[in-house]
Ligand binder design. Structure first.
Ligand code: FES
Ligand SMILES: [Fe+2]
Length: 354
């Protein structure tokens, strides 16, 4: 299993950015153990309804805050109180900022070290996203804006949980430049294709008659990463909006989700439209499964053997490296990666997008 160091991506094992950590519907007032970024974590929803992600281990004596079913803290349902979480062992309680706010058997000043890391988390588009930054900084870019999520003519996605893939997410990210697989893998040989890179955004525009998703018609897609782990793809100017997110679990494995917003013909989507949307999402998932089967079984590609006609893998790699380096250096990678990248022998899309 190749790791960040093998790909020579940068000094940080895990990239900086927003990452999906849960389907929002699955986060409840029962704290749940998770693992991302090589760390044990706990997700829970406070009584205000806000979701939190905290480091898993209690600073008192190292108890896992979620892996317990028998303590009376759990049985008496005082595990989450307000928006605080209580340890099952000696019942220390930690507030939403991670600071211990109660030691039930000690009234003195609470030691400053009695705290857990509470991650920067947002709930959006039916998902919980966490900001990961090895330097501990605040977010310096936002998640993509999806007005369709709040448009009643669209049917919202219900996430497909794709599980954990035993490959580094670099293998998935390469796909944004991979013009030459679209025909053989997906039955969509491109009639035009190019990439555009601008700061933290890496974009792909392509059009192809697509054997499975749009038989007999053109499927034109406008697809972009906002940061290293969140991808949006507009199909035919927003008839559907595909969402793929992937989050490192360990150094060399990645967990992914997929969803599809579908534009109904009605001003307010009907229950019948919702059923149709599920079918479209299943079609989109089937296309993604064609990639997944490759990724799940391939060996690592540390450096592709590129020929003219392959996409701009080198530029995408430089773009991706910015997230593995200190934030202060990101601009240097962006300056080298930014721009309009066409493929030899392939017309680009005729309209440039900002
Ligand atoms: S180990 Fe958590 S309160 Fe003691
Ligand atoms: Fe693909």
């Amino acid at each position: 299993m190749a790791q960040t160091q093998d790909y020579d991506l940068g000094p940080n094992t895990f990239p900086r950015g927003w990452f999906m950590v849960a389907d929002a519907a699955s986060v409840t007032s029962m704290p749940r153990a998770e693992r991302f970024f090589g760390q044990d974590l706990v997700l829970y929803r406070g009584q205000s309804g806000t979701a939190y992600m905290v480091d898993a281990y209690c600073p008192h004596m190292g108890t896992h805050l979620a892996k317990n079913t028998t303590s009376y803290v759990i049985q008496d349902k005082i595990h989450v109180e307000g928006d605080s979480i209580r340890c099952p062992y000696h019942a220390w309680r930690f507030g939403p900022d991670g600071r211990c706010d109660q030691i039930p058997y000690f009234n003195g000043p609470i030691p400053a070290a009695a705290r857990i890391k509470s991650w920067t988390v947002v709930e959006r588009y039916g998902a919980i996203f966490a900001w990961h930054d090895a330097e501990g900084g605040e977010p310096d870019f936002d998640l993509p804006t999806l007005p369709e999520w709040d448009d009643p003519s669209y049917v919202r996605w219900i996430f497909d949980e794709l599980g954990v893939l035993p490959c580094h997410q670099k293998e998935i990210v390469d796909n944004i430049a991979d013009v030459a697989h679209l025909g053989p893998t997906h039955g969509g040989p491109c009639e035009y294709f190019h990439n555009e890179i601008d700061g933290v955004v890496a974009r792909q525009k392509q059009g192809a008659p697509h054997r499975s998703l749009a038989p007999g018609q053109m499927l034109e897609t406008d697809t972009w990463y906002t940061g290293p782990g969140v991808l949006v793809s507009y199909f035919n100017d927003g008839d559907s909006v595909m969402f793929i997110t992937h989050t490192p679990v360990e150094d060399g494995s990645v967990r992914a989700w997929h969803g599809l917003l579908w534009r109904s013909p009605n001003a307010v989507a009907t229950p019948q439209d919702a059923e149709t949307a599920r079918l479209y999402q299943a079609g989109s998932l089937a296309a993604l499964a064609q990639d997944f089967e490759i990724w799940a079984n391939k060996r690592a590609c540390v450096s592709p053997l590129v020929v003219p006609g392959d996409g701009a893998f080198g530029k995408v790699r430089i773009w991706y490296q910015q997230f593995f380096h200190p934030r202060a250096l990101a601009g240097e990678f962006q300056a080298k990666a930014n721009g309009f990248h066409a493929v030899r022998g392939m017309p680009p899309h005729n309209q440039r997008v900002a």
